[in-house]
Design a protein around this ligand. Structure first.
Ligand code: FAD
Ligand code: SIN
Length: 518
């Protein structure tokens, strides 16, 4: 058993930012970060476009950024949250610079601001096309300087410890006492007892298979919180990024940043028609939900597998300066962007919903907080404005830290038993795990994609139930391993997406159901 003051699950921008702040504030308290892969492996690491933040108040203003966010969110954003995040954003962004993160500046020394879909101004601060990698580098450097932080890599959080897990009756509200964590190197399960627990475990992209997200994005935090009975909302609002690099294998895919369209690239069908002009006056820079839905329509009409992003009219030397990683990736696939169009297709990219939190990042469970992509703050509504998520994570990590600095945790120690794995055996059924994972991904792609229908959602539920029963049986009889736990979590997340989709009777932002057209 490990005792810690603060348990942080996840080492992306959300978890690391909170850990740095709380560890600096309370040097005598302990912060334990658990993360299931290498220390920097996260969605954050792959963020390309940058951080949307109002820094240049001559051209831009908080009002404009607020309006853009509200329009993208299609009427479902929480106004007070939008206002708070956008006005606090510049202060939080500058802290990243104090911790050593570098962002591109122009010849006059001002931030080189990019533009993305749905933004009325240039306001996206970036580090070439590897913004997230740079942020992770700076945050991890700071983490390693702080002696009261322990960072446990390859440690997988299996479940939260609550009265529910301990099979006792909660007093009034359920309380979180930490988490059971699998040490992936030796297979043992640690009991980590914490006064406060932060779920900062990121997104869910892998539930769809065809995604811009890395393999860690399996929705573990949301599934754990759901099993512990926390409120979860807006799971139907899956954001599909319009321009993932097309691959005939159809699995994890490389992102072609929206900033490339902000730089002037055009979307074309295979005949060369610039089809976005037919749909929206903002053309390629309409918000992401609209561009993805239009591409989906075009593909259904033509029967093609992808459309194209045309950069051939752009200044290629400048392109390489801004987007060296994208340029190199295309080149490695023999796509010369000065002559060839880039094949692109929408892919699952971001979850707008998640664990319900208030403005202090508090969940509906005592002593459990959530931050970053795992959480549902109300900022994004039905569709996130591009580059608002890194900003959201910075602001909420700060709010949670502020809250915990001012308020003593109501924490009464209780007896926590070790993880009970009596009667389980090491599973010989890895093939079954892989097989069921592929089934979940296929059903989510085919029945719960960009365009949904009531009958497809119902069919998805029936198919998922069969997989659920088989996997629960395996879970109960097996010694835990990461892939089995991830599969179980993805099934929980798929269940939430399907059922919250069924409950939504109106099309909004990223949610489109043909049976809601009246
Ligand atoms: P993550 O960065 O995903 O971190 C989650 C962490 O939790 C990881 O360390 C993971 O290993 C760990 N974890 C997960 N489950 C467990 C478990 N069970 N036990 C232990 N550890 C666990 N947003 C922008 O604002 N601007 C952009 O330009 C941008 N570009 C993007 C480009 C790509 C390709 C992708 C995929 C996303 C992009 N986004 C962008 C979205 C943004 O990167 C993410 O929403 C954000 O980084 C999420 O941060 P996070 O800290 O919440 O989660
Ligand atoms: C991108 O660079 O296109 C991704 C930006 C984001 O997801 O916010």
């Amino acid at each position: 058993m490990i005792h810690t003051n603060y348990l942080v699950i996840g080492s992306g921008i959300a978890g690391l930012t909170f850990a740095v702040k709380i560890a600096e504030k309370f040097p005598s308290k302990t912060v334990t970060i658990v993360t299931k892969s290498d220390e920097n492996e996260s969605n954050t690491k792959y963020a390309q476009g940058g951080v949307a933040v109002v820094l240049d108040t001559k051209e831009d203003s908080f009002e404009k950024h607020i309006q853009d966010t509200l329009i993208a969110g299609d009427g479902l954003c929480d106004f007070s949250v939008v206002e708070m995040v956008i006005t606090e954003g510049p202060k939080r962004f500058r802290e990243l610079i104090e911790w050593g993160a570098n962002f591109d500046v122009d010849a006059s020394g001002n931030f080189d601001l990019g533009k993305e879909g749905g933004h009325s101004e240039y306001r996206v601060v970036h580090h070439k096309d590897i913004t997230g990698y740079e942020i992770e580098r700076a945050l991890l450097q700071r983490i390693h300087q702080l002696e009261n932080i322990t960072l446990l890599t390859h440690h997988f959080a299996v479940d939260l410890i609550t009265e529910h897990q301990l099979k006792i009756q909660p007093k009034e509200q359920v309380t979180c006492y930490g988490a059971y964590v699998l040490n992936e190197k030796n297979g043992t399960i640690l009991t980590i007892n914490a006064e406060n627990t932060l779920l900062a475990s990121g997104g869910i992209g892998r539930v769809y298979g065809h995604t811009t997200n890395p393999v860690i994005a399996t929705g573990d935090g949301i599934a754990m919180a759901y099993r512990a009975k926390a409120a979860i909302k807006d799971m139907e609002f899956i954001q599909f990024h319009p321009t993932a690099l097309y691959s005939s294998e159809g699995s994890s895919t490389f992102l072609i940043s929206e900033a490339v369209r902000g730089f002037g690239a055009y979307l074309r069908d295979k005949k060369g028609h610039r089809f976005m002009l037919d749909y929206d006056e903002r053309a390629e820079l309409a918000s992401r939900d609209i561009v993805s839905q239009c591409i989906d329509k075009e593909l259904k009409k033509s029967g093609d597998t992808h459309v194209f992003l045309d950069c051939t009219h752009l200044n290629i030397a400048e392109f390489i300066k801004h987007f060296p990683t994208i340029y190199d990736k295309c080149k490695s696939l023999h796509i010369d962007i000065s002559k060839d169009w880039i094949p692109v297709v929408p892919a699952c990219h971001y979850l707008c919903g998640g664990i319900v939190v208030d403005q202090q990042g508090k969940t509906t469970i005592n002593n459990l907080f959530s931050c970053g992509e795992t959480s549902r703050t109300g900022l994004h509504g039905a569709n996130r404005l591009a580059s608002n998520s890194l900003l959201e994570a910075l602001v909420y990590a700060h709010n949670i830290y502020k809250h915990l600095s001012k308020n003593n945790t109501d924490f009464s120690p209780i007896e926590i038993p070790d993880w009970d794995d009596k009667g389980t055996t090491i599973t010989e059924e890895h093939v079954l795990i892989q097989h069921n994972l592929k089934e979940v991904q296929a059903l989510m792609r085919n029945y719960v994609g960009i365009v949904r229908s009531n009958s497809r959602l119902k069919k998805a539920n029936i198919k998922l139930d069969v997989i659920y029963t088989e996997v629960e049986e395996l879970y109960k009889t097996s010694k835990l391993n990461t892939s089995l736990c991830e599969l179980r979590n993805m099934i929980n997340v798929a269940h939430l997406i399907i059922n919250q989709s069924i409950d939504r009777k109106e099309n909004k932002g990223g949610y489109f159901n043909i049976d809601n057209i009246h």
